[in-house]
Ligand binder design. Structure first.
Ligand SMILES: [Zn+2]
Length: 327
């Protein structure tokens, strides 16, 4: 229920974002009808995919379409994130078909967000869908509102209208971990705690030391976390756990960008920690939410194109509610 309320709140914010001319007016931040995906081989049978403009956009802090990947074992394939629409999902299936004829055994969604999960319906009927139990619960309850929200923000005529939900056959419980045996490759699926939606899964391939994070890590600096559903303190703790889990030479496929390293994660952690410290000061001084937003500017992090939306609109309020409730 809570996430639904905030989702409506988000719609208002994104609409005003467009109207103040952040992006091209009435255009989505990225267009599911034009994005072209490319794949990158990270190790034998381990591939990432991301938009072909991701390398240009990420260092500029500009919005990038969804990233994901696939892992091929002796028995078959696991897809990580199935994309927004049929067009993008078929690009994923073509990339897989270009390197293996093995069946797609599993497809995992790092969250319920449509750009990570709407493509589920286009996969073979015997592919098993893997989701966090909370992601399935969200889709079961809010699918109609979710697609309306997505059409509003990613545009009509982007293939969202035809989406029907296809939810998890295999559900990862809260704080759970799952090991998927693809044949000669064991892939770990881990819930590290609340990271953006409360139904967030991270994928770890231990042999190649590659992790898929989904949205909790959007891309390299200067991108920042989007606390759409609040919970700044828990998110900070979760990102610290993820960072501690990773070996120094791990490679990371973030939710919306090209490959990054473990050393790119502290930027996100330092940002959240700084928000927490500054908002704590404001709460201690008895400031209201509006006064806190006004005070906690953190200009150092302004390089992210969506800063004026995520920082005052989502992240500072998330910290304020967390810290206020703690008192
Ligand atoms: Zn996303």
């Amino acid at each position: 229920m809570k996430s639904y309320t905030i989702f409506c709140f988000l719609t208002v914010w994104i609409s005003s974002l467009f109207s103040i001319g952040f992006a091209i007016a009435d255009e989505p931040v990225w267009d599911g009808n034009t994005v072209v995906l490319m794949s990158e081989k990270l190790a034998e049978g381990v591939y990432a995919f991301y938009p072909d403009n991701a390398h240009d956009l990420a260092p500029q802090g500009l919005p990038i379409a969804t990233s994901g990947g696939f892992i091929i074992g002796d028995k078959g394939v696991l897809i990580i994130d199935t994309m927004l629409n049929k067009r993008l999902n078929s690009q994923v299936q073509s990339m897989i078909g270009a390197v293996t004829k093995k069946p797609i055994l599993y497809a995992l969604n790092t969250s319920y967000h449509g750009d990570h999960s709407y493509g589920n319906m286009y996969l073979p009927s015997d592919t098993k869908i893997i989701q966090h139990i909370n992601a399935k619960a969200y889709i079961d309850k809010h699918f109609k509102a979710d697609t309306e929200f997505m059409i509003k923000n990613f545009g009509a005529g982007r293939g969202i209208e035809e989406i029907v939900p296809r939810t998890g056959d295999i559900l990862v419980p809260a704080e759970g971990k799952l090991v998927i045996d693809l044949g000669g490759k064991s892939v770990e699926v881990i819930d590290f705690g609340f990271a953006q939606t409360g139904g967030d899964l991270f994928v770890w391939e231990p042999e190649s030391k590659v992790m898929w994070t989904g949205n909790p890590i959007i891309a390299i600096k200067p991108s920042l976390p989007w606390l759409l559903d609040g919970h700044l303190i828990e998110t900070l703790a979760t990102l610290n756990r993820v960072y501690d889990f990773l070996p120094p030479d791990a490679r990371i496929v973030p939710g919306h960008g090209p490959i990054m390293g473990r050393n790119d994660i502290p930027w996100h952690i330092v940002y959240l920690r700084t928000v927490k410290q500054n908002v704590q000061k404001a709460v201690d001084q008895g400031l209201t939410l509006e006064e806190t937003v006004e005070k906690v500017k953190m200009e150092k992090f302004k390089g992210y194109a969506l800063f004026n939306w995520v920082h005052p609109g989502l992240n500072v309020p998330a910290a304020y509610h967390d810290l206020k409730n703690k008192k």
